[in-house]
Design a protein around this ligand. Structure first.
Ligand code: ADP
Ligand code: ZN
Length: 561
């Protein structure tokens, strides 16, 4: 996620080590940031990953390298005096606000104006897994190559794409790959670069950014805005502080620029956020960021691809990639990359010719310790099991009770669709939903909880069913109070009766009775099909995501009772 220094080359740690051992390095700028800058004796500079080991400085010093513990001064940019003043003032303001953040800010200030990188070395091959996301941006690549063709068909391409998902899942990587595949310049900025500066500066920076992109050699470009929430957060109703004024201006400038360019221009704005629901709806309207693509954590098959990719250019010994894919559940791509880098560093320190399983093991403990509390590895296994049984509970209920609804995906990888995991089925198209169908829907919603109870016992049911219970209560309540499907109100509609002060106790009692009886039914189905439940769950635990073909392959229809 480093694009503050687009003009600086990046070298892998392994190549850096080569420079180190052949004594090519003159200086190293060692800071606490994720990358360190390296200057070679022949004058070239590049960045590599910061090993962050306690004895790094010592190692470098011993090799006769000049170690400078600060960020490099950017000599290629001679500042006009006014800019210097602005920087100085904002540095003071920022250090007043937060001295901790200030140092990082200073660094990004000198490279705030985004320089394009025409780095066609990035392409879809650099993005392992994420198949659905890649599929969703393929037409955009084609559009960037041939905007006129699309225009001649009158086709409207999205101007903006919103990538959302947890940090480190490869959103930046995918955006770079789009630019690389289409062979157009890539301009990257971060939303946080636009705030905490003088009012009006953010907006003018946005305008400059778009101007640059338009004036690029081909007039085509990918503009990438990371952390878009920094400028595009939902506006609080009662917010009139100066800070938000600045944000509004910046956001408005962005929206204006986006509506300013037309379909024939090959400019695509890709933004990234961790939280789609935090964004100002104005950003997500048609003609703005109207294509939303979720980037999820990788499942086991994707993790295998990511591990493979990152090991590829490194000297490796006997590493069982499949086993490592299993061990790294819930890891993001960035975390996997970090693990492998850590292993490479350990192998190097031990002067081993290749990276071995043993180095991966050591790196794994380091990475885990850095990322989460102790014992998490154990808890994680139990959690996975609960999630898996819960999700298969839904799936099994659905297979049995709503056989016409195809289950397209069961997964235990968390996403915005569900904190633990989720099961997706495609409902049949119909205009009306009848009473029988609504009962079945509730049954499927309660299937998750029922499976937990049947497998782990009534004392071990979890909070994971909360959302299911909310949704099923809503359906049951509507059946009785809105659709005239209950006994207490009969055909009366509760909304119309509100003023009459009706007795709600009766209604709640009836809702409860309905839910209880439906729960009893689905629990029986789960009990009768326990072995099916276990079979599917075992496969789910192994593969983490199951698609309809996987379910077809199990040939459950013959065993389902
Ligand atoms: P995000 O923008 O979502 O926070 P990044 O794109 O910055 O994540 O990912 C950080 C790093 O993690 C990448 O540079 C890459 O090394 C690694 N990475 C993440 N996802 C993947 C992936 N799907 N395939 C290969 N590498 C990945
Ligand atoms: Zn559920």
């Amino acid at each position: 996620m480093n694009y503050n220094n687009n003009s600086i080359n990046y070298k892998s740690f392994v190549l850096f080590e080569k420079d180190l051992s052949s004594k090519n390095i003159s200086s190293i700028y060692l800071t606490d940031s994720s990358k360190i800058r390296v200057q070679l004796k022949n004058g070239t500079t590049y960045e590599t990953d910061n090993p962050r080991t306690p004895d790094a400085k010592e190692t470098f010093l011993r090799s006769g390298i000049n170690v400078i513990e600060s960020y490099p001064v950017n000599s290629r940019q001679a500042y006009p005096i006014t800019l210097m003043v602005i920087s100085a003032v904002s540095i003071i303001i920022m250090s007043l606000r937060s001295s901790e953040r200030a140092s990082k800010r200073v660094f990004s200030l000198d490279s705030l104006d985004a320089t394009a990188v025409e780095d066609s070395s990035y392409n879809f091959k650099n993005v392992a897994g994420n198949e659905e996301a890649k599929e969703s941006v393929k037409d955009v690549v084609d559009f960037l190559k041939n905007p006129e063709k699309y225009a001649s068909y009158g086709a409207r391409m999205p101007k903006g794409i919103m990538l959302y998902g947890q940090p480190g899942t490869g959103k930046t990587l995918l955006a770079k790959a789009v630019a690389g595949e289409a062979n157009v310049p890539f301009y990257a900025v971060s939303g946080s670069d636009f705030i905490q500066v003088y009012v009006g500066v953010g907006a003018s920076r946005i305008r400059q950014l778009f101007k640059k992109a338009r004036n690029s050699s081909q007039g085509k470009a990918v503009i990438f805005i990371d952390e878009i929430d920094a400028i595009g957060k939902k506006r609080a109703a009662s917010n009139s502080s100066g800070g938000s004024d600045e944000r509004d201006q910046t956001l408005n400038a962005l929206l204006t620029e986006m509506s300013g360019f037309n379909e024939k221009e090959g400019i695509i704005v890709i933004a990234a956020t961790n939280r789609l629901d935090m964004l100002d709806p104005a950003l997500l309207r048609p003609g703005r960021f109207d294509r939303h693509i979720e980037i999820t954590l990788p499942d086991i098959a994707s993790r295998e691809k990511i591990i493979d990719l990152h090991l590829k250019n490194k000297p490796t010994g006997n590493i069982d990639i499949h086993e490592w894919a299993q061990k790294t559940s819930y890891f993001s791509g960035a975390k996997i990359e970090n693990l492998i880098n850590e292993a490479a560093i350990i192998a190097c320190k031990e002067n081993s010719e290749t990276i071995e399983n043993m180095h991966m093991d050591k790196a794994f403990s380091i990475v885990l310790a850095g990322y989460e509390k102790k014992n998490r590895a154990y808890i994680r296994d139990v959690d996975r099991k609960i999630t898996a049984y819960h999700e298969v509970g839904h799936a099994l209920a659905s297979l049995k009770i709503l056989p016409n609804e195809k289950i397209s995906k069961i997964t235990i990888i968390p996403s915005t669709k569900g904190a633990g995991g989720y099961t997706l089925s495609i409902p049949e198209d119909k205009l009306y939903e009848n009473k029988d169908y609504l009962k079945r829907r509730i049954m499927v919603l309660l299937g998750g909880r029922a499976a937990e109870e049947v497998i782990f016992g009534p004392n071990y049911i979890t909070t994971g069913a909360r959302n299911d219970l909310q949704r099923s209560t809503n359906i049951a309540f509507n059946m009785i109070t809105q659709y005239g499907m209950g006994k207490t109100l009969g055909l009366l509609n509760m909304q119309e009766l509100y003023d009459l002060n009706i007795n709600q106790d009766e209604i709640i009692k009836e809702c409860k009775k309905l839910m209880d009886s439906i729960y009893g039914e689905v629990k029986n189905i789960i009990i009768e099909n326990r072995h099916c439940l276990k079979r599917i769950t075992e496969l789910l635990l192994e593969k983490e995501t199951l698609y309809s073909v996987d379910l077809d392959n199990l040939k459950l229809s013959t065993t389902l009772k």
